[in-house]
Design a protein around this ligand. Structure first.
Ligand code: NI
Length: 193
């Protein structure tokens, strides 16, 4: 009886040692954050027609924001705040790319994105693509987006409003809180140059 009672805890102990060993073997000390399961490869079309991939994130910290041009308030506010961060960064802002990925590619063609973004900081690049390409990048970044029908046959998009701060190696660092003063966010971003 006593022996049988000991078997289960002993087994559990052995299993946990094995699991820890496996985790240790797969641990990559070069990973900047253990949460870098966010992100991945993508291929989208910029507002000027050129192809943008995950390789365009390399070289400097970058920001990624999912939204759409028909958004009544969240997106324009975030894009405005990103512009304030660029102002706070000064000339260093040229080292930071921002990608505004449309979750509504059916309406947000590169031309529409170009016109819409002309009202914001020029360092913000609008990205669009096929429904499949956009769904794939949303999945990679664990972003949520859903069509919500409106009265009269139109629709709006429910979507993740996180601003992703990515490292110069293209890895996810943290989300950016634009309720903080732009100077603080500028400092945070500059710490990743
Ligand atoms: Ni929005």
């Amino acid at each position: 009886m006593t022996q049988r009672r000991l078997v289960l805890p002993l087994l559990a102990f052995l299993v946990s040692i094995l699991a820890f060993g496996a985790a240790w073997l797969t641990f990559d000390p070069m990973q900047e954050t253990p949460t870098s399961a966010i992100g991945g490869s993508f291929s989208l079309t910029a507002q000027d027609g050129r192809t943008v991939t995950e390789k365009d994130l390399l070289g400097g910290p970058s920001l990624i924001f999912f939204g759409f041009t028909h958004c009544p308030d969240v997106c324009p506010t975030a894009l405005y705040e990103i512009g304030q961060i660029y102002k706070a960064l000064g000339p260093d802002g040229d080292r930071v790319k921002t990608f505004f990925i449309s979750v509504d590619p059916e309406r947000d063609t590169p031309e529409i994105l170009k016109t819409y973004l002309s009202g914001f900081d020029p360092r913000i690049t609008g990205l669009s693509g096929s429904l499949e390409a956009v769904a794939s990048v949303e999945k990679a970044y664990r972003a949520y987006a859903k069509k919500v029908p409106l009265d009269g046959g139109s629709y709006t998009m429910d979507h993740t409003a996180l601003i992703y701060l990515m490292s110069r190696k293209g890895r996810f660092l943290s989300s950016l809180n634009v309720d903080r003063p732009p100077e603080e966010n500028a400092k945070l971003i500059a710490s990743y140059f």
